[in-house]
Ligand binder design. Structure first.
Ligand SMILES: Cc1cc2nc3c(=O)[nH]c(=O)nc-3n(C[C@H](O)[C@H](O)[C@H](O)COP(=O)(O)OP(=O)(O)OC[C@H]3O[C@@H](n4cnc5c(N)ncnc54)[C@H](O)[C@@H]3O)c2cc1C
Length: 427
């Protein structure tokens, strides 16, 4: 098939076809795009860059992951956070503030995929050339392969005891970009992980009256005892703590090697995953929560609207009368929540517990359909839930796709054109 370099807008009008369509312009979609393009695989990216981070994480938040674990994957390890910081004359601060990371992601996007098509993909179905994608606005694009890097925003987990409460009384952490509007109100935060603890700190600092209710026996603080072990003075540091920064020593080595993880018996994989991502807070948060009551080993048994807010009943028989419950119970992957996947396509994807079962190159049981990010965690492990998994996934995906003889390459396309969308006219 002869390929023609065309502008995305012109291409859309001619109902174009592309080799690889990437759904999502978060860290995983962007890393996939730069790896595929570096291998001269024609690629089109859809979505709003860094949208999840911008809209569904709270102002004032800092990343839990370390500096070394927060570079978005690039085939020649370029466009790192360090490069971005230097280009912005940013005096590096650790932990990484959310707004800096969003700017980093957008800078990365402008460098590797300035042609991102910001429209949403509303439907993916089987098509004559593999897949047919319908975009917001009604236009259609054909793709031989589709890479779903659409994140977890649709997979919020809201425990059933809060079902009877409207969102003015009980909301998921993802529903807020700014917690400051809770100033002066009585808030219970449910959960014991980073999101719950950081939200509680931000709420308290904004002048809310906060209490945290967590079901685990104690709050785990990360890196509080690692001091010298994680410091530059430890000659074994890089051996003990790979840059990926997921999981405790020894297990972190296995997590950092998703191809190895994938080959382990399922029971072992589950144990490693559980141990690597159980709820915990970054050590630097502890001092900010000194004045926030944290009740552990407690579960909210029921919640109902009351005259002046919400009444919660806990499993120890105690009650709370408050203004609002902030539910920080995380996300549960279920690809059925990707409403853009046509039902017959979804039913062709083998799954376990809502996760697609993936083979080499993050490919699902439906050939040509790939999943990156958290949905890949069942097969490739907990690394896929973090930005530090983007280098591996970009490489593995590209090995699989670039090795496929049917994809169109662009050997003759000069570098400056390659940054833009290079779409093939339908043959
Ligand atoms: C509060 C919180 C704190 C976190 N902190 C960290 C941290 O410190 N370090 C870390 O590594 N990870 C952290 N994470 C996890 C983080 O969300 C993931 O690492 C990261 O977002 C995964 O990137 P992604 O590209 O898979 O998904 P996302 O970043 O969610 O990107 C998905 C993209 O897909 C797009 N999209 C979705 N549907 C469509 C569609 N139909 N059409 C077009 N585009 C679509 C969206 O617009 C979005 O741009 C945190 C998560 C939360 C909730």
């Amino acid at each position: 098939m002869e390929t023609v370099a065309v502008s995305p807008k012109r291409a859309m009008k001619t109902d174009p076809s592309v080799n690889v369509a990437i759904i999502g312009a978060g860290p995983y979609g962007l890393a996939a795009a730069v790896h595929l393009r570096a291998a001269n695989v024609e690629t089109c990216v859809f979505g709003e860059a860094m949208e999840f981070w911008e809209r569904q994480m709270p102002v004032g938040m800092c990343l839990r992951s370390s500096w070394a674990a927060s570079h978005i994957g690039h085939p020649s390890r370029e466009l790192t956070l360090d490069e971005f910081a230097a280009s912005e004359s940013w005096c590096i601060s650790k932990p990484i503030p959310l707004d800096r990371f969003i700017n980093y992601g957008r800078w990365f996007q402008r460098c590797v995929a300035p042609d991102v098509d910001r429209r949403r993909v509303v439907r993916i179905e089987r098509g004559s050339k593999g897949f047919r994608l319908r975009l917001d606005g009604g236009e259609t694009v054909h793709a031989q392969r589709v890479v779903v890097a659409a994140g977890i925003s649709r997979c919020r987990w809201r425990p059933p005891q809060f079902d009877g409460l409207p969102k003015e009384l009980a909301s998921h952490s993802a529903e807020h970009h700014d917690l400051r509007h809770f100033s002066g109100r009585r808030i219970v935060v449910v959960g014991g992980g980073q999101s719950a603890l950081e939200s509680a700190a931000l709420l308290q600092e904004a002048g809310a009256e906060v209490e945290v209710i967590a079901r685990q026996e104690r709050i785990r603080w990360l890196d509080q005892r690692a001091g010298w072990l994680k410091s530059e003075r430890n000659p074994l540091r890089s051996l003990m703590y790979p840059a990926t920064d997921v999981g405790p020593p020894i297990l972190n080595r296995i997590v950092a090697a998703p191809d190895l993880f994938r080959r382990l018996p399922r029971a072992i994989r589950e144990r490693i995953a559980f141990r690597s991502i159980r709820p915990a807070g970054a050590g630097w948060l502890a001092s900010r929560l000194r004045d926030v009551p944290i009740r552990t080993s407690r579960v909210v048994e029921s919640a109902r609207p009351a005259e002046d807010g919400v009444e919660l009943r806990l499993d120890d028989g105690s009650r709370r009368n408050i203004d609002h419950v902030l539910i920080c119970t995380g996300y549960r992957v279920d690809i059925a929540r990707y409403s853009f996947l046509a039902p017959d396509l979804l039913s062709s994807v083998r799954t376990a517990d809502g996760y697609p079962l993936l083979t080499d190159g993050f490919e699902s049981s439906l050939p040509g359909l790939h999943f990156l990010g958290a949905p890949a965690a069942w097969s490739y492990g907990p690394l896929c839930r973090f930005v530090s998994g983007t280098p591996f996934s970009g490489r593995a995906l590209t090995r699989r796709i670039a090795g496929d003889r049917t994809v169109t390459r662009h050997a003759a396309v000069p570098d400056h054109e390659r940054a833009g969308a290079v779409l093939a006219e339908p043959s």
